[in-house]
Design a protein. Sequence first.
Length: 283
Amino acid sequence: MPSFISVSTAAYDGYGFDVILPSLAQCGVRNVEFAFIDGYVEAFTDSDFTEAFAGELKSEMQRHGQQCRYFSGHIDLGIENAAARLEARCRFASSLGASCVITNAATRERAETFFAQADTLAAIAENYGLRILLENPGNGVPNLLDHASDAPRLLERLDSQAFGINYDIGNLLAHRPTREPLEDARAAMNIADHFHLKPCARREGGIDFVPLGAGDVNDTALALELLRQNKPFSLELPFRLHRDANAQPWRDEQPLPLDVIESRISCSLMELSSLHKQLTTNQ
């Protein structure tokens, strides 16, 4: 599997990292994207982002031949205490060895605060040797980055050394359902630094998250193009998560069985392996 592909820990919501990392290793995953996202995984606080905890995770990764280059720690960067919250995440991500922190920009109603503190946020990221990758959200609330067309004018107002884009095609399905997801993703291809593949299936009353190749959007076509261009991306497969008809997230009461998670991750990786083989055979 190409070294620019990661797998998010979001698939394992409800399990400890002492289970998650060896399980990912068993699935053949060497590049881990840690997911600390409010409402998407079990509850945590900013006080959990200690150097000791980061050291434990890094040691565990080393035991399994793993590394972390991307860290998901989504917050709204338009909130008043965004600088302090971002710094906690940057410090932690840097200790893990990451080079990028993935988060959201801001809701449109908080745009003024976001741009007013953008230089402070950039300085924090640069201090830790990181870039901030802004992700299009999936909750339906108007954002500074609703879809690919918003990215150029957003980046024009930001420090290009500190800020970039993480494009999530799965979020678009819930956030802007009238847009054609694959067309929008292709528009982001030359803009985004990194992509999330988050396959979705529409269900009565909302959206479920499924393995690669089993969704309503042709994620495999996007994956093939990303592989062809050597574009970094992560499989973000939050199987315990769902979205209701209003795009709001909710989670199953209990974690999924570990063997189910591993099976779905393995199926997704096999799909990617098949696509990669197809590319290399045709070259």
